[in-house]
Design a protein around this ligand. Structure first.
Ligand SMILES: Cc1cc2nc3c(=O)[nH]c(=O)nc-3n(C[C@H](O)[C@H](O)[C@H](O)COP(=O)(O)O)c2cc1C
Length: 361
């Protein structure tokens, strides 16, 4: 159990005590809010948007960035996909002029393909090349990529050495804590990464076999952190400013990465960012503010993907934005049946404006 005595508006929280798996620990509140440096870039605030396949495209990252992010990461790009030069792959790696620093994430288990993918990522405008060794999806693990890589430490070293030597920009790595409970090796992987010249490590505090079950183990993130001097970003189950702070205190990590909590709620980034900067936590968005963001997101989806794909993606994102609002369940259901882009726009506008009016009265 953790007893945290900090307030939302204070940059100097008082952490009273914490009960960890290894017993009671008294914690002094310390300043974990400082920006950190990766290569020539300052990660300020130390807040990173998690890569999420099918979600963190350029439009979504642009929406998120306005709420305060130190770093964005693209969706994972399979190193073998690059040689086909598909438009879709190029679009996935597209970095906006307005979103630096940005990392392009690549995945794969063949050093040769990874070298080429890393060089290609830099050509697309990547400030960092991020390597995915955390994806738990079966299809990826079968190709011995993503988190399956963690089972072959020699190959991890080889891939990292190869990619670091191939590009002039910083190489960063994202991992889980190991394959399963009996083979956690985040400490050794962290050491291999630092020795290879990796400049930032992100640790999702779950093993591969946990998938997304249970709770991320923030102490395990601390284990990796204690092994290296490079910045370590903690990830897993951060949902607001308080949980972000808690993870930083428990793990001692240098930065926070947030994923699922941002879906339909980019405002959470504003909250965490304010906490990290020691500023007052902004209040929840009202309906009108929500619609402005949803509308902008829809326009950006249209511009980036064209109507057909934008329409498909809108079916995912727009209902997320309605979560917790009055009439959300009915809206989600009816929105899935909108047959045209115009109808989607209109229905969303009617719903969110109504949510605004009912909030205002
Ligand atoms: C739909 C979805 C897609 C994801 N895609 C990626 C990915 O492409 N690359 C990656 O490293 N992690 C991926 N992840 C994992 C997230 O980056 C993050 O590690 C995980 O969601 C835990 O963080 P959270 O609790 O803040 O969501 C994905 C997660 C989700 C839910």
């Amino acid at each position: 159990m953790i007893i945290l005595c900090f307030t939302n508006t204070s940059s100097q929280p008082r952490i009273c005590s914490m009960h960890t798996q290894s017993g009671d620990v008294s914690l002094k509140a310390s300043n974990h809010h400082a920006a950190f440096q990766v290569g020539q870039h300052l990660i300020d605030p130390p807040l990173v948007l998690a890569p999420m396949a099918g979600i963190t495209d350029l439009p979504f990252r642009r929406i998120c960035s306005r709420f305060g992010l130190g770093l964005v990461v693209t969706e994972m790009i399979a190193s073998r996909a690059i040689e086909y030069g598909r438009e879709r792959t190029i679009r996935m790696a597209q970095v906006g002029d307005d979103e630096h620093p940005a990392a392009v994430q690549i995945a794969g288990s063949d050093p040769q393909y990874m070298r080429e993918a890393a060089r290609w990522a830099v050509e697309q405008g990547a400030d960092f090349v991020d390597i995915n060794m955390g994806c738990p999806v079966k299809k990826i693990c079968k190709q011995i990529a993503g988190s399956a890589m963690l089972r072959d430490e020699k190959l991890v070293g080889l891939i990292l050495d190869t990619v670091v030597a191939a590009v002039d920009v910083p190489v960063t790595l994202k991992i889980r804590t190991g394959w399963d409970e009996n083979s956690k090796n985040m400490r050794r992987i962290a050491r291999i990464a630092e020795d290879a010249g990796v400049q930032m490590l992100t640790v999702h505090g779950r093993t591969r076999s946990q998938m997304f079950n249970g709770h991320a183990n923030w102490e395990d993130i601390g284990e990796a952190k204690s092994e290296v001097r490079i910045p370590v970003v903690g990830n897993g189950d951060v949902v607001d400013a308080e949980s972000a702070k808690e993870m930083m205190v428990i793990s001692g990590c240098d930065g926070v990465m947030i994923g699922r909590a941002v879906q339909g709620n980019p405002w959470v980034l504003g909250e965490v960012s304010a906490m990290l900067k020691g500023q007052p936590i902004p209040s929840e968005p009202i309906g009108e503010e929500r619609w402005v963001v949803v509308h902008d997101h829809l326009q950006q989806l249209l511009m980036h993907h064209g109507e057909r794909t934008a329409s498909k993606l809108a079916r995912k994102h727009v209902p997320w934005y309605s979560k917790g609002l009055a009439g959300s369940a009915e809206f989600r259901m009816s929105f899935q049946h909108c047959q045209s882009w115009e109808k989607q726009l209109l229905d969303a506008q009617v719903y969110f404006e109504k949510a605004y009016t009912s909030h205002a009265t």
